[in-house]
Design a protein around this ligand. Structure first.
Ligand SMILES: Cc1cc2nc3c(=O)[nH]c(=O)nc-3n(C[C@H](O)[C@H](O)[C@H](O)COP(=O)(O)OP(=O)(O)OC[C@H]3O[C@@H](n4cnc5c(N)ncnc54)[C@H](O)[C@@H]3O)c2cc1C
Length: 494
């Protein structure tokens, strides 16, 4: 727990926020404050009603950029920690209020789609627009964002940009950083900054990247302009195959993607992970999945190449209809989150994930050494009910691995994180870094991987730290996120 540095007490913070925003935009309900003090990293504790970290002083609901600016000006002067939030699907502790008497600055009421520009193929939204809402609106016009993280039904644009999110169709459309044309953000002190919308420029470093991925630790994203694309689902073609091992599956992904083809989906599941998704046909083998999408000529050429590459490896073909059926039920809305909560309550077990990335030459070795270390070093390996993973985002130079681990909790819910989640996370992070990869592919650093931020960036960490010093000199933005805080008591430095 980090003590507040503010000279104001809780009630004074609430009073000032109420003066700035009005009572209807300031929430101090005890239950809401408890829920606002954590994110999905502490999902097991919260489902058991355990909220033992500091509670925020209030949740402030902003409805405009000027209100965000007013709150950040107030917070900066009085040294009150601010945790921005939108869709609340964050998984890495980025929403945890580790500082006493923080303000949770909620932008979900900034939810207007401001402009759809079909000539210049871009759309401008406020930070609180849910991706699903925008996607539904665009599809009615025959357009798509091309962005489809599994959290699409719930995640909103502020968080999508702030975490450097990525969707299932990334091989074709890219990740959020490839989609953002321009944006508006508010910095501590209340300064509003707009990065204008241009197709490309050579006007110094790309300022968008100071904001994209900043996880609420530098500024608050208030408005975003993203690209749009034609939506042609009628052309989609699905492909699936069973292969004997991860090495064969990785070789197939690599050959298709590095050969210049851009299927929208390119995935490989380990046998254990495949059993969770494709139990009725996976036969204890790895499953390779592709979707070809876009204009019909491109779909046909991409599908031909996928078939050719798969055929050149030992495999068993999977009926395309089975892959399509699975794909239609992949996303997580509130219904699946509620079902997961019920399972955590009744069965004392849960599943977590840790995602990393690495070059093609290293990724197989990382997969093998992580599984080996967890099975041989982790003292509570017998509590694991599932350990495996998948690759879901491939590039010219490498791919990601999304480790998936489920366990039964054989301890007080309070100890679950230190007994299971943190040590398992640590093994995966260590192996990724050891092999020259990245410790985090798309969920953000949050507060639980920040002890390794310096190791992740090496000599470039000075640049990252410089951004914090420059834009948040008083250290009011989401303390402990991205940038480790000694003594924060979250995870000890490795
Ligand atoms: C079931 C499930 C599936 C998921 N699947 C994917 C996936 O496929 N791909 C993927 O990339 N991620 C995935 N995630 C992670 C998560 O959904 C993404 O990180 C998402 O981008 C978070 O958006 P959000 O609106 O929910 O942000 P929040 O949870 O509200 O916030 C996340 C982080 O962003 C910061 N933040 C939020 N809003 C702002 C703002 N306006 N300005 C500045 N900072 C802000 C917060 O402080 C926090 O650090 C998944 C999560 C869940 C629960």
């Amino acid at each position: 727990m980090i003590p507040s540095r503010s000279v104001l007490d809780r009630q004074q913070i609430v009073d000032r926020l109420t003066e700035l925003l009005g009572a209807s935009q300031v929430d101090t309900d005890h239950r809401h404050l408890q829920e606002a003090s954590v994110d999905r990293f502490k999902k097991y504790q919260s489902v058991h009603g355990i909220f033992d970290g500091p509670l925020p002083a209030a949740i402030a609901y902003a409805t405009s950029t000027s209100e965000v600016s007013a709150v950040l000006a107030f917070a900066d002067i009085h040294l009150v920690n601010v945790v921005p939030r939108t869709g609340r699907t964050g998984t890495e502790g980025g929403l945890e209020t580790s500082v006493e008497d923080s303000i949770v600055l909620d932008c979900s009421r900034m939810n207007r789609i401001l402009r759809v520009d079909e000539e210049n193929m871009q759309v401008t939204v406020e930070a609180g627009v849910p991706l699903q809402v925008l996607e539904d609106a665009l599809r009615r016009r025959g357009l798509t964002t091309g962005h489809s993280p599994q959290s699409k039904p719930l995640a909103q644009y502020g968080g999508l940009v702030a975490t450097r999110s990525i969707g299932q169709f990334s091989t074709l459309y890219g990740a959020i950083e490839d989609m953002v044309v321009g944006l508006e953000a508010v910095f501590p002190g209340g300064r509003v900054t707009r990065v204008k919308n241009v197709p490309r420029r050579s006007a110094g470093p790309d300022i968008r990247h100071v904001v994209i991925g900043s996880e609420g630790a530098l500024c608050v994203v208030t408005e975003v302009t993203v690209k749009v694309f034609p939506f042609r689902p009628e052309n989609n073609e699905f492909h699936g195959a069973l292969v004997d091992d991860m090495a064969t599956g990785l070789a197939i992904l690599r050959e298709v993607v590095t050969g210049g083809f851009r299927p929208s989906v390119a995935r490989l599941y380990s046998p254990e992970d495949a059993r969770q998704h494709f139990a009725h046909f996976s036969e204890g083998r790895c499953v390779v999945v592709f979707v070809a999408e876009g204009p019909s000529g491109i779909v046909s050429a991409t599908s031909d190449e996928i078939r050719r590459v798969i055929a050149s490896h030992r495999h068993t073909a999977v009926d395309a209809a089975l892959i399509e059926e699975w794909f239609d039920d992949l996303n997580w809305g509130q219904d699946k989150i509620d079902a997961e909560k019920e399972l955590m309550r009744t069965e004392r077990r849960l599943g977590y994930t840790t995602e990393i990335s690495a070059d093609w030459s290293e990724v197989g070795a990382i997969y093998d050494s992580v599984l080996h270390r967890i099975r041989t070093e982790f003292p509570f390996a017998s509590d694991l009910t599932m350990l495996g993973g998948h690759s879901s985002h491939s590039y010219q130079t490498g791919t990601n691995l999304y480790f998936v681990y489920d366990y039964v909790i054989d301890c007080d819910p309070r100890d679950e994180i230190t007994k299971y989640h943190v040590p398992l996370n640590a093994i995966i992070v260590e192996e990724a870094l050891l092999h020259g990869g990245s410790m985090v592919h798309h969920h953000g650093i949050g507060k639980y991987r920040s002890p390794w931020s310096e190791a992740e960036h090496g000599s470039a960490y000075a640049i990252l730290e410089g951004l914090k010093r420059q834009f948040d000199p008083n250290g009011i933005m989401n303390l402990g996120t991205i940038f480790p805080v000694d003594g924060a008591g979250l995870v000890p430095r490795p």
